[in-house]
Write a protein that binds this ligand. Structure first.
Ligand code: IPE
Ligand code: IPE
Ligand code: MG
Ligand code: MG
Length: 321
């Protein structure tokens, strides 16, 4: 189950999104142009714009507006990554040095701002008030999730509810914006839009749980971004929570903060996670969300895009990057 085969029926639309992304970097200021070109270059999975396209094509739609919306969603995602890497002091993303690594934190902050504004302007170009409101609300929600995460760094007394709330805010909100905004560019009945919103939300939660798993079991080479970075930031994700529950006494995660050798504690924690049932249990939670996402879809008409959305729920749990 390759992403390329899931995307195949939408290849033309995606190519036009790539064209639009390239067009964004054509500004009459060489330095900005270079930053835009570098950050928007096609090397991400493009899963969010694909969702927008698939959901928009379920019903009669305006193709120009749908492509603008899909492009806006990917630009918004890019902005969150550019800021996230500066916040996390991360030096590699999509197998390449980050903006903050090649340029500076300051450039990353400013470029992220520019990208958010570009995404907003492109959303507004659809003249769709629902999408414009959704853009603003989603950006608030993501920021809220990231601020919540920052305030809870190294907080070992977090409940699962807090984790799921954060994941919903920082990741699922953008996934469900991708599906809802796509559907909103079409004549989908409200009932169908709500099904797609739920689907995007559940898929997004599963996607972030798997991202959190991969941070423990993947390598930088596979992921194209650093492994072990969550514990390095003090971000307590589901695998860490389960490990803390299993080994409440001698647990390296409890020694992270203030440790003279944080890397050693991270390595120990990573080994313990890998050698326990934690990974399997986390995958089970992610699979449960995917199953829920599939159930939601059953209520939609059986159009070509439906199979692609079903396939994406499978892809999310087997992905290696
Ligand atoms: C990374 O998203 C950020 C998360 C929400 C985990 P992706 O894994 O979709 O990143 P790209 O766009 O493919 O690089
Ligand atoms: C990303 O979550 C969510 C954003 C809003 C950017 P992560 O912090 O897990 O993303 P990666 O692992 O750096 O891609
Ligand atoms: Mg990060
Ligand atoms: Mg991550």
């Amino acid at each position: 189950l390759e992403l390329s085969s899931i995307y195949a029926p939408f290849q033309d639309d995606l190519a036009r999104v790539e064209d639009r992304l390239k067009a964004v970097s054509r500004v009459d200021f060489a330095h900005l142009s270079e930053l835009l070109e570098y950050s928007l270059r096609s090397s991400g999975k493009r899963i969010r714009p694909v969702l927008t396209i698939i959901c928009g094509k379920f019903y009669k739609h305006n193709a120009d507006h749908l492509l603008a919306m899909a492009t806006a969603v990917e630009i918004m995602h890019t902005a969150t990554l550019v800021h996230d890497d500066a916040i996390d002091k991360s030096y590699v993303r999509r197998g390449r040095p980050t903006i903050n690594a090649l340029w500076s934190d300051e450039k990353a902050v400013l470029l992220g701002d520019y990208l958010f504004a570009e995404a907003g302007a492109m959303t507004a170009s659809t003249d769709n008030l629902r999408a414009i409101k959704l853009f603003a609300e989603t950006l608030k929600t993501i920021s809220r999730g990231e601020i919540n995460q920052a305030y809870n760094a190294f907080n070992l007394k977090q409940s699962r509810e807090m984790y799921f709330q954060r994941v919903a805010q920082k990741t699922a909100a953008l996934f469900s914006m991708a599906t809802e905004s796509g559907a909103a560019m079409s004549q989908a009945p409200e009932e169908s839009i709500q099904i797609l919103v739920k689907y995007g939300y559940d898929l997004g939660i599963a996607f972030q749980i798997v991202d959190d798993i991969l941070d423990f079991i993947g390598t930088e080479e596979e992921l194209g971004k650093p492994a072990g970075s969550d514990l390095n930031q003090g971000t307590i994700t589901l695998p860490s929570m389960l490990l803390l529950e299993k080994y409440p006494r001698d647990n390296p995660i409890k020694k992270l903060q203030g440790s003279k050798d944080r890397q050693k504690e991270i390595q120990r924690a990573t080994e313990m996670v890998r050698n326990s049932s934690v990974i399997q249990e986390c995958y089970q939670v992610a699979s449960d969300y995917c199953a829920k996402a599939r159930r939601d879809l059953k209520k939609l008409p059986d159009r070509p895009g439906r199979q692609s959305l079903l396939d994406l729920t499978e892809f999310v749990t087997i992905r290696k990057k």
